[in-house]
Structure formats: structure tokens, C-alpha cells
Ligand binder design. Structure first.
Ligand code: CS2
Length: 493
């Protein structure tokens, strides 16, 4: 459907009786959020807006985009408002999120961002940096020789990465004699809080930060948390749906699913919003929730997205509707991810898995296989590596995890003569160039695979398991000689 007449732009004056979530947030934000992407706007911002509706507190958000001005400028023109569209088959419910009280672009306003982190009113810093934003090297520690990290470390008070911007802001906060805050990671990382804490300390140590700052930061809280909501990219269709529902033009609506979940360790240095009133679960079993989600949802998501791309399927619902892809996913859940999980108290695994298939099947949401298949090397490190090692340690070959790796490998670094299809060109892989260098001149698909596995692209602790590398090499051979259907049949066994 196309909008056939011009519409007024969304702003506070025009929004009339449209449902506002989080109205009247105080002008001074208590939260600084780094990474103003789709996920933040559908998840932490949504929960915070909802919590403030129940119990205001001083928790508006200063939202910081990294380099792009697009979202910040659109939100500024809309008084910080945007619509959140919850799509499920024929049903849409929507509301306007009203929680951002300051909007900044880190690349243009580094001093303002540092000042916001250092402000006495700021008590909480939340992060959605994506997996790439934590700058892990192949050994799992800070990748100090990554060019952008190295550049920041040589001039740590004028950083360009969001990790560097966080560190510079904390440095400034310490200089202003403010108490150490909470830093809450909202990314899909293993032991998210601990990993974030380790990364910030590694960065500050490598930057030569003063001992006093190090000691001060020891009092900061880095709670672990599991975040969950499927949030595709915004398309013209999203903007058209928003225009139809709102009767107004919203430049930055966010599509999402009705489901959402956030489980957080209740460890905050300077208080927090009343998120429990918005449905957030506070638990000391976050680690268990996190692994369930990272493996049963995200790990299987990577598998179905990659197989989908190679099969020419545009969307996740199309991929999971394919009987063979779905069989691969079920096998991965039952035999390979399942045995590595500990269930939190009263957790209904069967219901959780059934709900996952329902969520993946959401055709109205139409999440793109290329979105989920992107950044594979970084995602697989979080999702596949430990469960694969656990299976090998049990004496079992994790066929579907090997297929996840093999399918990703041929998708982003195709062996000579193999065409991964048109969708593969839309998949982003930050290590694609390094992979292409590694495989240049390989004389067979198996050698091609072995070179990637030995090349420090995925964590060494998995790649040094020879039997796993051998299986990946076999599956890469089947994929490139006989295609994705043959490889799925081979992995299902
Ligand atoms: C997806 C996630 O990008 C991905 O690889 O698996 O973005 C997923 O949609 C979310 O983690 C759901 O909570």
C-alpha cells in the first residue's frame, strides 16, 4: 500500500490522542544509552517508557548514536517521539515511545557525550553496541591491534569507537568526582555484564588510565542481563503502516513482535527504573536464561538464516517453513544446544521452544534472513563455540553446529566455483576480506575450509578441535559441490 496524500509529521503537538508510552519523562535524563539502533528503541527504551508510566522516577534517556545522524535528526524533528509497531500475523498494536530527552551523535559531539556520562544526574549507562562494538580479538580479550581500537588507545580522550567513548565518559565522570554508575549491557553476549566489565577495564588499562580511575571503577555495577525481542530493520512498508495507523508521517517507526523479555541481575550502583512494573524479570539465574536464549534462539537463528540465504529464502518465516531447515533447527535444539543448558526455576522448556517456532514464523514481521546472517563470525563466537566444544567433550559430533559454521563459511567466503546466490551479497561480514586473503589459492573446498578454520577468524579454542574442523571441511565440500539441500541431508544423517 502507498500513502496517497501528504501527511503532517509526527511531533508532540500533532499526536493528539495516540497512545503515548512514558509520557512526561523528566527533562533531565538519568540514563545515557550508547547505540541508538532499532533494538534499543524496541526494547530498553520501551521497557523504560512503560516503567515510567507506572512510577516516573528520574529516568529519561539521553540517546547516543555512533556516527549516523539519520535517526537523531528524525527524532529531534519529532520531539523525540517514534512509533513502535507490534506486528503479529493480521494484528498490529502500536504506541508512541516518549522517553528520549536528549539526542546526540557521538562522532559530532564527543564532549557532550562525555559530559552526559559525567553528569551528576546520570546514574545508569545502557549499551547496545552490537557484538562488533566490544572489539573482541580471537583470544576473547580486547583486540588492541584492531585499527579503530588502536587509534582510540593512542588518543583515549578523543575516541571514535563507542567502547572508547564509554571509557572516556567514565574517565571524565571520575575527574568530576561523581559516584561510579551502573553500566548495563543490552547485547547478546555471553556473561554480558562480566564481559563488558572486563572489556572496559582492558581498554582503560591499555589506554594508560590512572590507577585512581581503576579503583573508582571497581565500585561500578555491571549487571548480567539477557535481552530478547526480534526487531527487523525499518522498511518503506513499515513507514507506510505507521502512516496509516497514526495518520501522521513518522520517519523512524520501529517494527517488532509482541513478545519481549528482559532478565537482569538486580545489581545496580545508583538505583534503577521500576522495570519490574514493566515486566522485567530480576533474577539471580540470569546466566541460565542467557544461555537458553543465546543457544535455542540466537544459535538456531544463525543456522536457519544462513541456510535460508543459501536456499534463496528472503525471510526467517520462509526459512523456518522449509521442512528440512526446520528439521535441522530441531536437531540442533534437541541434541546439540539442549544438553548444555540448565533450566532456571519453573522454566517451561517445551513452551519456550514452541513459542520460538511461533515467533520465527511471524510473517507480518518478515524478519530478513540477511539481517540475522550478518556479522556471522562475531555471532557464532558467542553462540556456537562453547556448545560445540561441550558436544565434542561428550564424544559427539555436533552436526548442526558444524553445518552452521560450514554454511556461514561458504556464504561469506565462497570456494572457487561455488555461487552462494544473490542474497549472500547482502550479508555483512566484517572479516570477509581477511577470509578472502586466507583462502586465496586453495585448491579444494576442504583446504579452503581448513585455512579459514586455522586463520584466527573464529575462536581458536574451537578450531583446534581437529575432528570439528574436519567435519566443517566435509560439509563445505558437500555444500560447494552438491548444494545446500545435500548438506542439510548429510548433517541430519
Ligand atoms: C538475531 C538477533 O541478529 C541476530 O542474529 O539472532 O538479533 C535476535 O533477533 C534477537 O537477539 C532476538 O532477541
Amino acid at each position: 500500500m502507498t500513502t496517497d496524500h501528504p501527511r503532517a509529521t509526527l511531533d508532540r503537538a500533532s499526536c493528539g490522542s495516540i497512545r503515548l508510552i512514558g509520557a512526561s519523562a523528566p527533562p533531565v535524563p538519568g540514563i545515557v544509552h550508547l547505540g541508538l539502533g532499532q533494538f534499543h528503541r524496541a526494547h530498553a527504551a520501551f521497557y523504560t517508557a512503560l516503567a515510567m508510566q507506572q512510577d516516573m522516577g528520574e529516568w529519561g534517556i539521553a540517546g547516543v548514536a555512533n556516527r549516523s545522524r539519520r535517526v537523531v535528526e528524525a527524532l529531534q524533528a519529532q520531539d523525540g517521539l517514534y512509533s513502535l509497531l507490534e506486528l503479529d500475523q493480521d494484528e498490529v498494536s502500536f504506541g508512541l515511545i516518549d522517553v528520549h530527552r536528549q539526542l546526540l551523535v557521538a562522532a559530532d559531539q564527543p564532549a557532550e557525550v562525555a559530559a552526559a556520562i559525567a553528569a551528576s544526574t546520570t546514574r545508569l549507562i545502557t549499551l547496545t553496541l552490537t557484538e562488533a562494538g566490544y572489539h573482541s580479538g580471537a583470544d576473547g580479550h580486547l583486540g588492541v591491534d584492531q585499527p579503530d581500537v588502536a587509534a582510540d588507545l593512542s588518543d583515549p580522550r578523543h575516541p571514535r569507537t563507542l567502547l572508547g567513548i564509554l571509557a572516556a565518559g567514565l574517565w571524565s565522570r571520575w575527574e568530576h568526582d561523581q559516584p561510579a554508575p551502573t553500566v548495563l549491557c543490552c547485547d547478546n553476549l555471553l556473561a554480558a555484564g562480566e564481559a563488558t566489565r572486563a572489556r572496559v577495564f582492558e581498554y582503560l588499562d591499555a589506554a594508560g588510565a590512572p590507577v585512581g580511575l581503576h579503583d573508582w571503577l571497581a565500585a561500578a555495577a555491571f549487571p548480567n542481563a539477557m535481552v530478547d525481542r526480534i526487531v527487523p530493520g525499518t522498511t518503506d512498508a513499515t513507514r507506510e503502516t505507521a502512516a496509516r495507523l497514526l495518520g501522521l508521517r513518522d520517519r523512524v517507526p520501529v517494527p517488532t513482535e509482541p513478545f519481549s523479555m528482559w532478565v537482569i541481575e538486580d545489581n545496580f550502583a545508583l538505583g534503577r527504573p521500576s522495570w519490574e512494573q514493566a515486566g522485567v524479570i530480576f533474577s539471580d539465574q540470569v546466566a541460565d536464561y542467557e544461555l537458553i536464549k543465546l543457544r535455542l534462539l540466537n544459535g538456531c537463528h544463525s543456522l536457519m538464516a544462513t541456510l535460508g540465504v543459501l536456499s534463496g529464502l528472503n525471510t526467517i518465516p520462509e526459512a523456518i517453513a522449509n521442512a528440512t531447515i526446520s528439521a535441522c533447527v530441531r536437531q540442533a535444539q534437541r541434541d546439540e544446544y539442549g544438553p548444555t543448558l540448565t533450566l532456571p526455576d519453573a522454566f517451561d522448556l517445551a513452551a519456550y521452544e514452541a513459542e520460538l517456532f511461533h515467533r520465527w514464523g511471524n510473517t507480518a514481521l518478515g524478519d530478513a534472513t540477511t539481517r540475522v546472517a550478518s556479522d556471522g563470525s562475531l555471532k557464532l563466537a558467542q553462540r556456537v563455540v562453547d556448545p560445540a566444544i561441550a558436544a565434542l567433550d561428550r564424544g559427539e559430533m555436533p552436526q548442526q553446529l558444524a553445518l552452521t559454521v560450514a554454511a556461514w563459511l561458504v556464504m561469506v567466503a565462497p570456494p572457487t566455483g561455488f555461487d552462494p546466490g544473490p542474497l549472500a551479497k547482502l550479508v555483512v561480514e566484517p572479516k570477509a576480506q581477511a577470509m578472502a586473503r586466507l583462502v586465496a589459492g586453495a585448491i579444494s573446498p576442504a583446504e579452503h575450509a581448513r585455512r579459514v578454520m586455522a586463520g584466527g577468524i573464529l575462536p581458536d579454542r574451537l578450531c583446534q578441535h581437529q575432528e570439528f574442523t574436519d567435519r566443517v571441511a566435509e560439509l563445505v565440500t558437500v555444500l560447494s559441490r552438491h548444494g545446500v539441500a545435500a548438506a542439510m541431508a548429510e548433517a541430519i544423517g
